[in-house]
Design a binder for this molecule. Structure first.
Ligand SMILES: Cc1ncc(COP(=O)(O)O)c(C=O)c1O
Ligand SMILES: Nc1c(O)cccc1C(=O)C[C@H](N)C(=O)O
Length: 416
């Protein structure tokens, strides 16, 4: 079977797919092809019952006892330990807590503190194309510290060997770029950063649950990431922060709230950080949201990141090949790397009318999204996206393009 066999070939691929049964773990509305799991993952079926349990039983009936009885107080660490193997971390190195932006604040501050013994290390390097919150948080810290820290923005990863030097305190990169899907070689880039005595902070928002990640093997220094994308934790679900054992004793951040204290219930008047990863915590966590993160993570227990990666590459390969063959008459330009080594779990195309086309696709039940400038972004979550979905999505795209069936004046929503 080849692509020439059309949709039937895709059906056959679905029949042979070892991950096919996992789609049944999710709620997906009829008539919708969901290619936006890189922004908000689909809902695990189990999450409704779990929410009911937390609200009715743990909160409603057991009330305050649930901090102990239902494991609420330990939940950031319990979930961190469940997430750890998916990102190449050990137990007791990850907590699920706060938002990615807040965890970036903690990790950047701690990294600058760790480098403060070397007065010349004042530069934070990142990419101009990084997700804005990463840059904004770094800007906030440098402005607030007012100690001469600077942010250096690079335009392509190839610049890294030239720009990292003895003035670099921290290199902060997003492992898979949110817009293009470019995947960094974490191991090689971290080694380069370390050669110059700088620290490496990785944002795994588009990698955790999407591509295999080996934080310890790469000798990374810090990592943060979201649980509401490929990990299917739910809208606004708490994020995570990873600090390897070797840095935990030195990891100090300014959000020194009581959940990070060595003995929170001793109610001491001074802050003393706990010795372990819980020093990355700040204060009380949203238990209903936090509990749902477990439902997404449970599904990963039924497969491996290697199996997920294999299907992810097959889906994106197929999507790219179909778009390029079926829509060749139209000015679509692939902005995602073709090379497997450099591709995350998405495919993005530039088109002059990208926003209007995405809106037309959404109206037909094919959900992707739009990112400036002029980019249609499609995320592929191998746990629930099928090969036939890829075929059908491209058929809709082709029809919209051939008929010019899109509204150039389509209303710009707040969220694109
Ligand atoms: C790379 C990256 N970092 C961070 C975030 C989000 O951070 P937060 O959850 O704090 O809004 C996103 C997406 O929203 C992202 O793509
Ligand atoms: N985090 C989001 C939000 O708060 C509202 C709407 C979308 C999002 C997203 O996840 C955007 C996403 N990080 C991106 O890669 O563009």
């Amino acid at each position: 079977m080849t692509l020439a066999h059309g949709r039937a070939a895709c059906e056959q691929l679905d029949q042979q797919d070892p991950l096919a049964a996992l789609r049944d773990e999710f709620i997906l509305p009829d008539g919708v092809i969901y290619l936006d799991g890189n922004s908000l993952g689909a809902r695990p079926k189990a999450s409704l019952q779990r929410a009911q349990e937390v609200i009715a039983q743990e909160w409603g009936t057991d009330l305050i006892k649930s901090w102990n009885k239902a494991g609420w107080f330990d939940l950031p660490s319990t979930l961190g330990n469940q997430l750890a193997p998916l990102i190449g971390a050990q137990a007791d190195e990850v907590v699920v807590t706060d938002s990615t932006s807040i965890n970036l604040f903690k990790a950047i501050s701690a990294a600058l503190q760790m480098q403060s013994g070397d007065a010349q290390r004042k530069v934070i390097i990142t990419e101009r194309s990084n997700f804005p919150t990463d840059i904004y948080v770094a800007e906030g810290i440098t402005r607030w510290l007012d100690r001469g820290y600077q942010i250096q923005l690079i335009d392509t990863p190839d610049e890294l060997p030239q720009v990292i030097n003895e003035k670099t305190a921290l290199v902060m990169l997003t492992h898979v770029n949110y817009r293009t899907g470019y995947l960094h070689d974490m191991r090689a880039v971290t080694a380069l950063i370390h050669q110059h005595g700088a620290l490496a902070l990785w944002d795994l928002a588009h990698s955790a649950g999407a591509v295999p990640v080996e934080l310890n093997a790469a000798q990374a220094d810090f990592a943060v990431g979201c649980t509401y994308k490929y990990l299917n934790g739910g809208p606004g679900a708490p994020a995570f922060i990873w600090v390897p054992q070797r840095h935990q004793a030195a990891f100090q951040h300014p959000l020194s709230g009581w959940w990070g204290h060595a003995s929170p219930f001793a109610m001491q008047p001074h802050f003393e950080p706990t010795a372990n990863i819980r020093r990355a915590l700040c204060g009380t966590q949203p238990m209903v949201s936090l509990a749902l993160v477990g439902c997404g993570l449970d599904i990963f227990g039924q497969t491996t990141m290697q199996a997920i990666r294999k299907k992810s590459l097959a889906l994106t390969d197929l999507f790219i090949a179909l778009v390029e063959s079926q829509c060749a008459a139209h000015p679509l330009e692939l902005v995602t790397p073709r090379s497997h080594q450099q591709r995350g779990s998405q495919a993005s195309f530039h088109h002059p009318h990208a926003y209007a086309i995405i809106q037309a696709l959404i109206e037909r039940g094919v959900i992707g999204d739009y990112r400036e400038p002029g980019i249609m972004r499609f995320g592929f979550t191998p746990l629930y996206v099928r090969y036939v979905d890829v075929w059908d999505a491209v058929a809709s795209l082709r029809d919209i393009l051939d008929r010019e069936d899109y509204d150039l004046h389509a209303k710009r929503h707040a969220v694109t």
